[in-house]
Design a protein around this ligand. Structure first.
Ligand code: IMP
Ligand code: MG
Length: 190
């Protein structure tokens, strides 16, 4: 599979679309079994989770509702800014409900902690976390990630919802940085 260039840097395939689909099916089955009679609310974190949510929700067959919040922490770079900005908040009545936070990736854990704290304040009965990817080496929090589809190395990833400077979200596979722009220029590859 060939590399893609995103904002000048070269990325290579790390996790294929087929591997992603298989891993999503596994956690969908677990969710179907665990939350069958709980009528959970899936609260999905935009922008990054949109592809994962679409595939996950097609495989979740239990009674449930789906809603979105929009947060930002990476601000277009390759490392977390450490502060979470809320662009669209929680519009649902979560009192007494089982809420599943759906994330593209749990990195430091700042984002899920931020959402979980709000849900707790709003009276959610139970909070679960489902994440496509989890970087255990970067994680600084203690909350359990209930449903992780794929455990990832501590590398910067792009594709299947994840972006670099806003680009690459539309890729079906997940890519990792291969060569930075300077290296490509030195090797006369661009
Ligand atoms: P956290 O708050 O540090 O856990 O970071 C969570 C958010 O940062 C995720 O929802 C992503 O939007 C973004 N993020 C973390 N790691 C990556 C990555 O490798 N590529 C792209 N975005 C990432
Ligand atoms: Mg995200």
């Amino acid at each position: 599979m060939s590399n893609v260039i995103i904002s000048g840097h070269s990325f290579k395939v790390k996790i294929t679309s087929a591997e992603i689909q298989k891993a999503v099916s596994v956690i969908a089955k677990q969710i179907n079994a665990d939350l069958k009679h709980k009528n959970p609310l899936f609260l999905c974190v935009l922008n990054g989770s949109f592809m994962f949510v679409a595939d996950l929700m097609k495989k979740v067959t239990i009674e449930c509702t789906v809603s979105f919040i929009k947060l930002s922490s990476y601000e277009g770079g390759m490392t977390s800014s450490g502060t979470v900005k809320q662009l669209i908040g929680i519009n649902e009545d979560v009192k007494g409900r089982t809420v599943v936070i759906v994330e593209d990736i749990v990195d430091t854990g700042e984002t899920i902690e931020f959402v979980a704290n709000q849900l707790q304040d709003l009276g959610a009965a139970e909070i679960k976390i489902a994440s496509l990817l989890f970087k255990p080496e970067a994680y600084t929090k203690s909350m359990t990630i209930d449903y992780t589809a794929i455990v990832a190395p501590n590398d910067f990833l792009v594709g299947y919802g994840l972006d670099y400077k806003g680009h690459g979200r539309n890729l079906s596979d997940i890519y990792v940085l291969d060569y930075i722009e300077d290296e490509l220029l030195k090797r006369k590859l661009i």
